[in-house]
Design a protein around this ligand. Sequence first.
Ligand SMILES: Nc1ncnc2c1ncn2[C@@H]1O[C@H](COP(=O)(O)OP(=O)(O)OP(=O)(O)O)[C@@H](O)[C@H]1O
Length: 231
Amino acid sequence: MLSVSDLTLHYGAAQALRGVSLQADAGKVTCILGRNGVGKTSLMRTIAGQHRPSAGTVSFEGKPLGRSPAHDRARLGIALVPQGREIFPLLTVKENLQTGFAPLKRADRSIPAHIFDLFPVLAQMLQRRGGDLSGGQQQQLAIGRALVTRPKLLLLDEPTEGIQPSVIKDIGRAIAFLRDKMGMTILLVEQYLDFARELADRVVIMDRGEIVFSGDAADLDKPDVRRHLLL
Ligand SMILES: Nc1ncnc2c1ncn2[C@@H]1O[C@H](COP(=O)(O)OP(=O)(O)OP(=O)(O)O)[C@@H](O)[C@H]1O
């Protein structure tokens, strides 16, 4: 479904990704774990087309994406929920959701009802400004906005960061629903190990711009795997 091969990324002279290769299988949750600053966000943004790699390829549904920009990738069905959410604070919840219409054909420009089933708070707050929402509500809005684009591949960058436990549960349920009922492919960056273990089918661990482990979620219980995550 998604195949990343030998991806290298530089920020000026600094190298953020060093030959990263991974697969995200269709209809599964693949979780990327790793300490702060090891390159997880850089990888997600490169897959989404926001950063140009210096080498390597990203292929989606068997086709290399080359140098195609983010909006073309969104049209193909790749949606990123960025770290920090990046919602528009002065737009209403409804308007924020409607920004997800951009990659869609005119006939498809509607907000799917399942978004409000997953996150009822969004329906209650449609006319509120994004900036007035709590952090957890903003995270639900950011996921909702990505779902408006009808993604086949959903990239979630630390969706539990700074979020209260009840909302973390809602987000976990939403991810499981999208995988199990909608067959969505999900790539999840996560630092919260219990959340990752509960949802992941496959796990990948990064360290200093490289993949240092890939395997099954159950492998996270092994001490030699966990050591990659210790400070
Ligand atoms: N726009 C940028 N310009 C220059 N350096 C950057 C930029 N973005 C990230 N970096 C650097 O690249 C490295 C990888 O950062 P990245 O944000 O991808 O890691 P991360 O694993 O997502 O970390 P975190 O969990 O803290 O978000 C870090 O050393 C970071 O300082």
